[in-house]
Design a protein around this ligand. Sequence first.
Ligand code: GDP
Ligand code: IMO
Ligand code: MG
Length: 401
Amino acid sequence: MIQQNTAIIGTQWGDEGKGKLVDAIASDFDIIARSTGGSNAGHTIVTNNKKYVFHLLPSGMLHNDIIGVIGNGTVVHLLDLLKEIDELEGLGLDILNRLKISDRAHLLLDYHREIDRKLEELKGADKVGTTKKGIGPCYTDKAMRIGIRVGDIEDIGIIKEKVKNNCEFHNQTLGLDLDTDAELKNVLSVRERILPLITDTRFWLNEKISGGKKVLFEGAQAHHLDIDHGTYPFVTSSAVTVGSVCTGLGIPPKHISNVIGITKAYTTRVGEGPFKTELKNTLGEKIREAGKEFGSTTGRPRRCGWLDADAVRESVIINGIDEINLTKLDVLTDLQEIKVFYNGEYRVFSGWDDELGGVREFKDLPKQAQTYIKEVERMFGARITYVGIGQDREDLIIRKS
Ligand code: GDP
Ligand code: IMO
Ligand code: MG
């Protein structure tokens, strides 16, 4: 049983398996909160042979008694969010009655996606390889101080004026032909369903924490995609490191007592940008197939390579990571040797060929796998307390002592 408010942070380039751990530990918490990003995130959970992919809703909401919060630091496409909610409600889950959206979260409209596509096209060979979900243009509007916030939909006059002004502004500055009426129609079509969810989540959350409720902060993206700390300019457009939990939810740092870093046993990246340990060969393809490394949001094949322990070490330092969940160890099964990049050079480990599927205790892992874990945790500078050995909720070794 986890006793403290806990933050989950990706330590690499995203898709480390954050959703799976969130789901595995969510029952220890009362509230689960997203502080950053939007539907560029794709968090997959597999249980009872069913697969769920969460984009904006916190993944822990699969547990029926947990309250979900979408914080002020996020960017929200209302129609997409409702689609996600309706899909889960169609499966028998009650979501609307236990979800709160910050009045300060920014509205992501279709025109942000049009601009995202257009900018990528204009950048040509220098493109970022975004998810084309409109994330960058929405945060750009926010920074330009012309963004529209979720709370603005409370007043029909205000929302109409802001959408119209923004479309005209972008038509003039970017030479676009944005359709104000279509944007407005979309927003107004879901307004009634969204209104009851709008809350000043900052005060609500602080009050709950003071009253002893436990919160799980679900990170999105990952340290090396952070706009300040990542591989700029091949990054997302928001802060995603542990500081974003404070700014994106309006809670003080003293309320984050425990930070769990999520680290894949190898490295993947979608989109463009530097990737020191990338395997552009059949071995890279073998890992992609074994790990089913295709994007949860875009379906794009993920680039694959060896574990970069120096990159993870950086995440441990900058985010104050207390413990690590090493994920997808099973994907390395059957490799003769496994390489890890550390201190600027490769270290080579012996592989194993025993299936890891049914293993539930650290001591039952093949000796070579135990050695790999013990050595890489020394390189990271943080203890590995969870080891993922399969996609299913149950395929998790908890190594607390
Ligand atoms: P997230 O964005 O960090 O939540 O990760 P994604 O859900 O985008 O990608 C991780 C993928 O790996 C998902 O398909 C998970 O179901 C899967 N996964 C997570 N942990 C494990 C594991 O330990 N072993 C295997 N084989 N798959 C895993
Ligand atoms: P989760 O939460 C992996 C990447 C995109 C692109 C860059 C910028 O599932 O780990 P954006 O659309 O944000 O402007 O794209 O960031 N990216 C992710 N890669 N996992 C994610 O989220 C990502 N969110 C953004 O591929 O390279
Ligand atoms: Mg993902």
